[in-house]
Design a protein around this ligand. Structure first.
Ligand SMILES: *[C@@H]1O[C@H](CO)[C@@H](O)[C@H](O)[C@H]1NC(C)=O
Ligand SMILES: *[C@@H]1O[C@H](CO)[C@@H](O)[C@H](O)[C@H]1NC(C)=O
Ligand SMILES: *[C@@H]1O[C@H](CO)[C@@H](O)[C@H](O)[C@H]1NC(C)=O
Ligand SMILES: *[C@@H]1O[C@H](CO)[C@@H](O)[C@H](O)[C@H]1NC(C)=O
Length: 468
């Protein structure tokens, strides 16, 4: 049995030859260092003190502690380790009976070489004051099957991967406070998805004291952010992708997420029926929507401020007229649709009322260009030129009329559209109007003629002789 154990230890030493574990999030320039990541690097400056079974070492390990296997040591404390790399496989080889390992104030340590194997007996691991370490690669520790307590307080950790907490069967307590947790890049999303009273959550003793440090969640309580991330994940509509773009705190300190729901290029014919609470931006570019009815009438969409509908098949937006959303939105993009015209008066009214208005995009639509529509549309474009951001792309539809085909509407001279040679289009309603006009003229003419005749001759018109 002993022989087998020795052989396994030896095997673990052989595995040291494999390159050290490194961290994705950092550009590791110290590959040369980890190549000779040796426990004996700092022996000349090292100081070690032995107190019964406890060995305390500063800076490095003194030579005589690196000769052979020291079974008598059960507690090792390494303070101010000078290297950027720590060879844990060698450590386990020299101190196979360790039960308690402490790594304190090793400010340059940023990687490990090798890993603890299933033979190690460490029950308690304390890591404090490691300022260069962003993450402990799970591979290093995942086989520490005796580990009961892991105290990682007061480092610069940003992430922790799930195997570190889920694969260690004996693990009972984990302390994680005082680190620089990055809740914003998905590295902790697995933790968010853990159920509220799940075993993992309960193992993290100080879960409610953790604080997010990076980017948008800086200073926000981690448990609140995790709750938000979980809700967002669970309520994100298929097949869209939801991301939090901002987080704000309301006066009572509650964390309010601002969420972007990205459903672009998904062949959708209808917009998603539900949105996560706090969704403020909806991207629906490149789908097959042909109406915005479902959007403006869905109460879930009321808090939406930014709506991107580029490259759909929308041909009318009259549904916007009079809706609450239309006088509160921030961004609306309707580029690349089939719009020929918009209700100009309703747009003007809504824009005037809207204090949030920032950007409107209307380009790349086949706009109608005739004398009835263009003067009003053009004045709307010019009046709101600060918010309508793509004026050069707002052009007349392609046509055979050289004066208007693809002309930029905001700059087109009205004379080109309402010129002398511009005859009123002959529509049925115009024909009816002309007929009515002719009839009126006829009646009035006949009346004047009869009047004149009566004055001159006293003769009543024929009609009065017929009337009783
Ligand atoms: C990462 O390291 C490589 C090699 O040392 C270097 O060429 C590269 O510029 C570094 N990248 C960053 C982002 O620091
Ligand atoms: C580690 O560093 C901190 C702050 O510099 C110091 O207060 C603490 O005593 C140090 N711990 C050890 C064991 O030297
Ligand atoms: C979790 O536990 C707390 C307190 O023990 C309890 O109030 C809460 O309802 C539990 N939540 C779930 C989802 O079981
Ligand atoms: C819309 O389609 C045009 C032409 O295919 C493309 O250039 C543009 O990038 C698309 N816009 C968006 C927001 O997808």
């Amino acid at each position: 049995m002993r022989v087998l154990a020795e052989a396994l230890v030896l095997f673990s030493v052989v595995s040291v030859v494999t390159p050290g574990f490194q961290f994705r999030s950092r550009n590791i320039s110290d590959t040369t260092v980890s190549k000779h990541c040796s426990l004996g690097e700092f022996t000349s400056k090292a100081e070690c003190k032995l107190l019964q079974y406890q060995l305390n070492c500063r800076i490095g390990l003194v030579n005589n502690w690196l000769r052979g296997i020291k079974r008598e040591i059960t507690h090792l404390r390494l303070v101010d380790w000078s290297g950027e790399c720590l060879n844990v496989a060698r450590l386990q080889y020299h101190f196979p009976e360790l039960i308690f390992l402490e790594l304190i104030n090793s400010t340059s340590l940023r990687s490990f070489k090798g890993h603890f194997t299933a033979l190690n007996k460490i029950e308690k691991l304390v890591v404090h004051g490691l300022e260069a370490l962003w993450e402990i690669p799970p591979e290093v520790m995942v086989e520490m099957q005796a580990l009961r307590e892991m105290d990682l307080r007061g480092n610069m950790l940003r992430h922790i991967k799930s195997p570190l907490l889920t694969k260690l069967n004996k693990l009972e307590r984990v302390y994680l406070a005082g680190n620089s947790w990055d809740c914003s890049d998905g590295g902790l999303d697995w933790l968010a998805m853990e159920s509220e009273n799940g075993t993992i959550r309960r193992k993290i003793v100080d879960y409610d004291d953790l604080v997010c440090h990076q980017q948008l969640y800086r200073g926000k309580p981690l448990n609140k952010v995790m709750d938000i991330i979980r809700t967002m994940r669970q309520t994100c509509p298929e097949p869209c992708v939801c991301t939090m773009t901002h987080v704000v705190s309301d006066p009572s300190g509650a964390v309010i997420p601002l969420i972007t729901v990205d459903c672009s290029n998904k062949d959708l014919e209808v917009p998603p029926a539900t949105l996560p609470p706090g969704a403020t931006t909806l991207r629906l570019e490149g789908n097959k929507l042909n109406t915005i009815r479902a959007i403006v009438h869905n109460p879930q969409y009321r808090v939406l401020t930014d709506l991107y509908l580029d490259n759909n098949s929308i041909s009318a937006v009259k549904e916007l007229e009079g809706t609450e959303w239309f006088s509160n939105f921030r961004v609306l993009s309707l580029r690349g649709n089939y719009l020929k015209q918009i209700p100009v008066y309703a747009f003007d009214k809504a824009f005037q009322l809207n204090n949030n208005l920032m950007h409107v995009f209307l380009g790349d639509n086949p706009w109608r260009c005739d004398c009835h529509y263009i003067p009003r549309f053009q004045s709307l474009l010019l009046k709101y030129r600060r918010v309508i951001r793509d004026l050069p792309d707002i052009k007349c539809s392609k046509s055979t009329d050289k004066k208007t085909s693809l002309a930029q509407i905001s700059t087109i001279p009205l004379g080109n559209i309402c010129g002398d040679d511009d005859v009123m289009p002959i529509t049925p309603i115009n024909i009816v109007n002309l007929v009515l006009l002719a009839l009126i003229l006829l009646v009035v003419g006949r009346f004047l003629y009869d009047w004149q005749t009566f004055k001159n001759t006293g003769q009543l018109p024929w009609l009065s002789s017929v009337l009783p």
